[in-house]
Ligand binder design. Structure first.
Ligand SMILES: *[C@@H]1O[C@H](CO)[C@@H](O)[C@H](O)[C@H]1NC(C)=O
Ligand SMILES: *[C@@H]1O[C@H](CO)[C@@H](O)[C@H](O)[C@H]1NC(C)=O
Ligand SMILES: *[C@@H]1O[C@H](CO)[C@@H](O)[C@H](O)[C@H]1NC(C)=O
Ligand SMILES: *[C@@H]1O[C@H](CO)[C@@H](O)[C@H](O)[C@H]1NC(C)=O
Ligand SMILES: *[C@@H]1O[C@H](CO)[C@@H](O)[C@H](O)[C@H]1NC(C)=O
Length: 383
């Protein structure tokens, strides 16, 4: 063979010996047999594509294919060799009903992960909502570290849209979370035991909390989120289980809440274990007609049934700076802290919340150590 022939032969061997990938280390689910007809079960093709992308540090591609990719319960697992990308430009749809517990589309133990694209996870929620008080989550993120999740849409999850446990260094950016305001327990992003998390410039409208920051979360930054409908941006419920860990360092800035049940809320279980929630700052928050714009509720329990005892969750160093807009109820600032462990160092600066449709709002404080600065509408509790 001539040199040229030898080179051609080598290139040919290379092409034949590599798996079904594009020339840029991409792995398209359609090359692994996935069919976007809404009914073919694509679980195995998705698993196969993931294995190829994960083992080579490549990109798994779900293309915009003119139809939906039906996928059953699936778990895409690491560790992967290097940075791996889940490029979602098509629509992935869940089975109907609520056929399994926990989460439908699960990512587990991946370090260095990007999920992006103009595509969508459709949780098929309407088929499940009547069947379960708490249905399964759409997207599970378990032990995901150093990750960027951007641009994608989660539509009509059965339960939570995103559930994240053990996240570290995860950024959600410019994502769209959508479900009806009356869909049950459809938290937007529900996280626990996670550290260094950012949620940036995203639109969340759903039936429960837009963002729920649960036990064991530290250094959480929520910036530029539009929330509504929904139950607001919440910390908690904290203190239900003995194993619950502290929540420390939460920053919520430049957010707008529209027609939500709550604005910014901290809730702890009434009968509870002793954990702390500390160093929380809410800054530049616009409220459009939320029922409880600023609320600390330490008397939380499911359905308000059987709530004996006082909370042992210690809340301290919480700052509300520049919270303005309208309240759907008269009590715009409600700080209901525990008699056991009163709230310490609650600070309100430049609060201006008027009643929707006009009228004076009021504050209610129980067991709260509050200092004030600047404009206070409603007037402070002790005036
Ligand atoms: C979010 O996604 C839903 C469903 O595709 C769409 O109707 C809505 O316009 C999107 N919202 C934004 C702000 O892009
Ligand atoms: C939160 O994130 C935004 C956007 O990345 C950034 O500008 C801001 O400094 C962060 N705030 C804190 C307190 O980390
Ligand atoms: C909480 O804030 C205080 C004062 O701003 C600071 O001294 C302390 O280190 C912070 N604690 C945590 C756990 O972030
Ligand atoms: C405010 O919200 C309440 C329900 O929470 C609703 O009845 C009322 O029409 C809303 N007002 C405005 C001005 O949107
Ligand atoms: C309120 O907090 C300040 C500052 O931490 C403290 O000096 C004061 O004793 C507290 N008051 C009560 C009633 O707990």
């Amino acid at each position: 063979m001539s040199i040229v022939q030898k080179i051609c032969f080598l290139i040919l061997m290379l092409v034949l010996s590599t798996p079904l990938n594009g020339d840029d280390n991409t792995y398209n689910v359609q090359d692994y047999g996935a069919v976007a007809d809404g009914t073919t079960d694509n679980t195995q093709p998705f698993m196969d594509t993931w294995k190829a992308a994960c083992s080579s540090g490549g990109t798994m591609v779900i293309p915009a294919a003119g139809g939906n990719f039906f996928v059953n319960k699936i778990e895409l697992e690491g560790p992967c060799s290097g940075q791996v990308t889940f490029q979602l430009d098509g629509v992935i749809v869940a089975p109907s009903g609520n056929p399994y517990p926990d989460s439908w589309f699960t990512f587990h133990a991946i370090d260095g992960f990007t999920m992006q694209g103009s595509g969508m996870f459709d949780g098929n929620g309407p088929s499940a909502w009547a069947q379960c008080p708490v249905c399964s989550a759409s997207i599970g993120l378990y032990a995901i570290t150093n990750a960027h999740i951007q641009d994608i849409t989660s539509l009509n999850s059965k339960g939570f849209h995103f559930v994240m446990v053990g996240g570290e260094g995860v950024t959600f950016e410019h994502i769209n979370i959508t479900a009806p305001g009356d869909s049950p327990n459809t938290d937007g992003i529900n996280m626990a035991q996670s550290n260094n998390i950012q949620i940036i410039d995203s639109d969340i409208g759903t039936g429960d909390d837009c963002v729920a920051i649960e036990e064991g979360c530290t250094n959480i930054n929520v910036t530029g989120v539009n929330c509504g409908p929904g139950h607001g941006i919440s910390i908690g419920s904290i203190g239900k289980l003995e194993a619950d860990k502290d929540v420390q360092g939460v920053y919520v800035q430049h957010c707008t809440l529209t027609s939500t049940q709550n604005g910014v809320r901290i809730k702890s279980w009434a009968p509870s274990y002793p954990v702390t929630v500390s160093n929380v700052t809410y800054e530049d928050i616009t409220i459009n007609n939320a029922s409880n714009p600023i609320i600390i509720d330490q008397t939380y329990c499911y359905d308000n049934k059987e709530c004996p005892g006082e909370s042992q969750v210690r809340i301290s160093n919480v700052k509300y700076i520049g919270v303005t807009g309208t309240s759907a109820s008269q009590v715009a600032v409600s700080l209901q802290c525990s008699n056991n462990v009163p709230c310490q160092d609650i600070y309100l600066e430049n609060i201006d919340l008027t009643l929707s449709g006009g009228g004076q709002t009021s504050s209610q404080c129980v067991n709260a150590n509050v200092t004030y600065s600047g404009t206070q509408n409603p007037p402070p509790c002790n005036q």
